[in-house]
Design a protein around this ligand. Sequence first.
Ligand code: GDD
Length: 349
Amino acid sequence: MHENKRQKKILITGITGQTGSYLADLFISEGCEVHGIVRRASSFNRSRIEHLRANPEIYGKKLFLHYSDLDDSTTIRRILFKTEPDELYHLAGQSHVGLSFEIPESTCQETASATLAILEICRDLKNPPRIYHASSSEVFGSPSESPQKETTAFRPATPYGCAKAFATNMASVYRRAHGLFVCNGIAYNHESPRRGENFVTCKIAAAAAAHARGRRECLELGNLNAERDWGYAPEFARAMAAMLHHDSPDDYVIATGHSSSVREFALAAYRAVGIELAFEGSGHAEVGFEMGSGKVFIRVNPHFYRPVEPTRLVGDSSKALEILGWRASITAKGVAEIMARAEMDSQSR
Ligand code: GDD
């Protein structure tokens, strides 16, 4: 390494989100200068980076926050021109698939159009950064093959999946047509104790901990048969960085290769806090109860069903292993245990 080499500059959109905050931790620990784009909102949602912001050795010295919204491309342009990052991790956007049925237009603006705007801005930079685009397994929708890999056809089934498919295709076009160093990380579900409370894993972990502490109300869930390939977000953040540190840009599936149902995730999370669950009934009448006591802890509520959804998504990350040397070591059961135990700790504070 060159002794006087300047610190690498990283820009993260979505730095206050789950995976953006892990990327910030990773790059700060590596001595990089990290810039993050945050929304100027009336209430602050910075809890995931508060440990960095509260540290005077880091905030204002290694970590810098800039205000902008994804629909404000003038400000994003200004930030990119001013910070001149070496690497840009574009993670921001409406990330809730179910919600995308309620707010499809803003989902498409944030996820599809804003990504295109960022690619356009980067094209104008004298030294464009290497770009990571947070694509999603939702692009596969109802997949023609399982497990899915980089060559699997996009068949999105949700407004969110359509928007991600557009942005993913655009990123590939800008790589080929304009020579930008852009990588699509086609990431499957990645979870952690920093996960937002709207996502099923967080709902389950929080309820398991609360039930273990004596809560009485039931957890209401939607489709218990839906299967997902759940991995651990800090491991996925490392895959994202590895893509931009490779010699050439490409697209990679980031997944564990194991699929589990929502029901199985719940069994593992409850077991981690000492509750052995069993399920009985079917469809909307299915319930999850504690073996022994018979207490019902989980009920199905059709409100949480989605109009359409991919029922079985599982990824094949062998390309990431072969080229980047990356593989996931934690699968759904491990993630459920980590999240449920973290909830037990945080609820005891
Ligand atoms: N959110 C939620 N709430 N989902 C539920 C519930 C519930 O009460 N009950 C069952 N589910 C099912 C959903 O129908 C879905 O099949 C599965 O649980 C996972 O839902 P989410 O945790 O909301 O995640 P997602 O798979 O829709 O989307 C996540 O992963 C994508 C990658 O595949 C998000 O992180 C996306 O942003 C990401 O792109």
